[in-house]
Design a binder for this molecule. Structure first.
Ligand SMILES: Cc1cc2nc3c(=O)[nH]c(=O)nc-3n(C[C@H](O)[C@H](O)[C@H](O)COP(=O)(O)O)c2cc1C
Length: 256
């Protein structure tokens, strides 16, 4: 990443809302106009009859959080991976939801710690948390790389600074000092014909290809949980499971 952390205040790039249900919060009871402050009396509940498929609702929740600007990164997910007994977790930005496939996706360096984990064990878990909405959504499933063309298209949409950064940072690998990292960035800028002392303006259209090790990954969900908080602490939870992408979802309510 070029300048600090990636993605501050960025909204999700794309949503494949190709399902038949139009986004709305009509499925839910409760005063959604009281959500803007922490600790409000949000008595929203999941519907008595749970939807057959959780993904339209998950997509509605993400879109609602983005629209209502409830937090700087409404598409942030904590992404957990594991290769052995000790799981690892970090924040990435969910860049899209495929309602039809029941998948979410994100972009990263495939040679990072998470990339190595996912190569060794293609399973992951992710959680969205919208504190001001008193909502949490969990996703578990199987990890697949996105098609190269989709990673190319997304990479090309990024600023030139971020594209250079993807080349400059061997994400998750040690480096001896901050200065060594700055030197590495300088060398990378020069490699792409950019004068570090006189860089082009932000938004300049530079030809910087996608590194082969950088790209998208999607989690094809086999489990989704939606959670809404209740002031009485009797939170409402429901879990959907399916054996594979081709199987139907099975929905069940859980005790909080
Ligand atoms: C708000 C936020 C968004 C982030 N988004 C991404 C992202 O989309 N992709 C990514 O690779 N890292 C992202 N990061 C950095 C990761 O949290 C993490 O530091 C990095 O990916 C290295 O993780 P790893 O060593 O476990 O592979 C983000 C960090 C924050 C705080």
């Amino acid at each position: 990443m070029t300048s600090g952390q990636e993605g501050q205040n960025e909204n999700m790039q794309e949503t494949r809302a190709t399902g038949s249900q139009a986004p709305s919060d009509a499925h839910f009871s409760g005063p959604l106009d009281s959500i803007h402050a922490y600790g409000t009396t949000n008595d929203e509940q999941l519907p008595d009859k749970l939807p057959q498929n959780p993904f339209p609702t998950l997509n509605e929740w993400v879109e609602f959080a983005k629209r209502e600007r409830v937090q700087p990164n409404p598409t942030a997910i904590a992404l957990a991976t594991a290769t052995d007994k000790l799981p690892n977790v970090r924040v990435v930005l969910c860049r899209g939801i495929d309602i039809d496939a029941g998948a979410i996706w994100f972009f990263t360096n495939g040679q990072s710690a998470k990339g190595n984990d996912m190569a060794a064990n293609p399973h992951a878990a992710a959680v969205f948390h919208w504190d001001a909405l008193d909502r949490q959504a969990r996703v578990r499933g199987i990890v697949e790389p996105l098609p190269a063309a989709e990673s190319d298209a997304y990479f090309a949409s990024r600023s030139w600074e971020k594209r250079v950064g993807a080349w400059a940072s061997d994400q998750s690998r040690p480096i001896e000092s901050r200065q060594a990292l700055v030197d590495k960035l300088t060398t990378t800028l020069e490699r792409f014909g950019i004068d570090p002392k006189n860089p082009p303006p932000h938004g300049a259209d530079l030809d910087i290809p996608r590194p082969p090790h950088w790209g998208g990954f999607r989690i094809v969900a086999t489990e989704v949980e939606l959670w809404v908080g209740s002031p009485a602490r009797i939170h409402d939870r429901a879990r959907w499971t399916r054996s594979s992408q081709n199987d139907p979802w099975y929905a069940t309510r859980l005790q909080p």
